[in-house]
Design a protein around this ligand. Structure first.
Ligand SMILES: Nc1ncnc2c1ncn2[C@@H]1O[C@H](COP(=O)(O)OP(=O)(O)O)[C@@H](O)[C@H]1O
Ligand SMILES: [Mg+2]
Length: 311
C-alpha cells in the first residue's frame, strides 16, 4: 500500500533563543553582554522534521503545544519547509510551549530548557493511524517525553507491525539514569543514533568503539555521532568510521539532529550504512554554518550548493 509520508515524527517543538559570546564565568547580579543573538526553530524532534523536509523527504509531525506566540512561530517555521502539521494538537489556557535558552561561550554552552507542553504529550494526543501512514517513524528526545514514555514500547511495536522502520535518538537524559523504557526500545528499533557521550553513558563503556560493539548487539543499525571527528556506524558485524566534513562552525546546536535528518534521508533512498553516515556528516556540517539547528536549511540554494560541493 502506498504510504502518505516518508517519515512521521511525534515529538517536541520549541524555539531556541541563542546568545553568543558570553563570558565563561557568569557572576550573579551583573549585566553580562552577549555579542550576538538568534531565535531559531529548535528541539531535536522539530529540527529532524524540518531538515528532513528541506532535504526533500515528506514528513508528518505530531506534537502537543500551547496556544502562545512562541508556539505559533515554531509551528510556522515547520510548515514553511513543507512539514505536514495537520494533526498537531494545540492546547489553550494551560501550560505554554517550552523554550530553550542557549548561552554560548568559547566552544562550550549552557543549555537551559523550560519543557512546557513537551513533558505533557501523551498517547491520547497521538493519532496512531496518522503516524502509521509512513514508511518510517523517528523518535527523538526520549527522556523529555515523560507522559509518553510508558506507552512508547506499545506504540513502536504497533508501528513496526504496520510495516514501518523505526529510528531512535535518545539525546541527553537530564537525570542521567538512562532507565526504562530505553532498554525495551533498543530491542524494537531498527536504527539507533546517539552521540558518543550518550552511547558511553548508556553502555558504561569509555569510548565510541566499545560502546558501538555493545549497542550493535541490540540494534541492527547503529550510528554514533562523534562531534568534529565524524561518525561511527555498524551493521551486521561491519563497522565504518566516517570522517566529518571540515568546516568552521558558527555553532554546533542541532548538529546531531541534522545528522539524523541526513542519515535517514539517505537510508530511505536505500543507501548503504557508510553512505548514510557520510551524508549525515555533511548535513550536520551544513547545520553548523548558520545559527542554531535549522537556519542553514531555510535557504534552499545554500543547502543545494553545500551538498553539491561536498559530494
Ligand atoms: N566542528 C564540527 N565540524 C564538522 N562537523 C561537525 C562538527 N561538530 C559536529 N559535527 C557533525 O555533527 C555530528 C553530530 O555532532 P555531535 O556533537 O556528535 O552530536 P550532538 O549534536 O547530538 O551532540 C557529528 O557526527 C559530525 O558529523
Ligand atoms: Mg543529539
Amino acid at each position: 500500500m502506498k504510504k502518505r509520508f516518508d517519515v512521521t515524527i511525534a515529538g517536541e517543538i520549541n524555539m531556541d533563543l541563542i546568545l553568543y559570546g558570553l563570558p565563561e564565568v557568569m557572576p550573579l547580579e551583573r549585566e553580562l553582554l552577549a555579542s550576538g543573538f538568534g531565535m531559531t526553530l529548535g528541539s531535536s524532534s522539530a529540527i529532524v522534521a524540518h531538515n528532513l523536509a528541506a532535504l526533500g523527504v515528506s514528513v508528518g509531525f505530531v506534537t502537543r503545544l500551547g496556544d502562545d506566540p512562541l508556539g505559533n512561530v515554531a509551528l510556522e517555521r515547520l510548515a514553511e519547509t513543507g512539514v505536514d502539521i495537520s494533526c498537531v494538537k494545540r492546547v489553550s489556557g494551560g501550560t505554554s510551549t517550552g523554550v530553550t535558552i542557549l548561552l554560548t561561550h568559547e566552544g562550550k554552552r549552557h543549555i537551559l530548557t523550560y519543557p512546557g507542553t513537551m513533558f505533557e504529550m501523551a498517547a491520547a494526543d497521538l493519532d496512531l493511524a496518522y503516524l502509521a501512514s509512513a514508511r518510517h517513524f523517528h523518535l527523538s528526545s526520549l527522556f523529555l517525553h515523560k507522559a509518553l514514555q510508558p506507552d512508547l514500547p506499545g506504540i513502536l511495536r504497533q508501528l513496526k507491525s504496520e510495516g514501518l522502520s523505526l529510528s531512535l535518538d535518545t539525546n541527553d537524559d537530564p537525570e542521567d539514569s538512562w532507565g526504562a523504557p530505553l532498554d525495551e526500545l533498543l530491542g524494537i528499533v531498527d536504527i539507533f543514533l546517539p552521540n558518543e557521550d550518550e552511547a558511553c553513558r548508556i553502555t558504561g563503556k569509555s569510548d565510541a568503539e566499545s560502546a558501538i560493539g555493545a549497542l550493535a548487539k541490540r540494534v541492527p543499525l547503529v550510528a554514533i555521532k562523534c562531534g568534529k571527528r565524524g561518525s561511527l556506524v555498524e551493521e551486521a558485524g561491519r563497522r565504518w568510521f566516517v570522517p566529518a566534513q571540515l568546516v568552521t562552525p558558527v555553532d554546533t546546536i542541532g548538529a546531531g539532529d541534522s545528522f539524523d535528518a541526513g542519515f535517514l534521508a539517505a537510508y530511505l533512498r536505500g543507501e548503504a550504512p557508510e553512505v548514510c553516515a557520510g551524508f549525515g556528516n555533511r548535513t550536520a556540517a551544513l547545520s553548523t554554518l548558520r545559527q542554531g539547528g535549522t537556519e542553514s536549511f531555510r535557504d534552499p540554494a545554500f543547502v543545494h550548493e553545500f551538498l553539491r560541493l561536498a559530494d
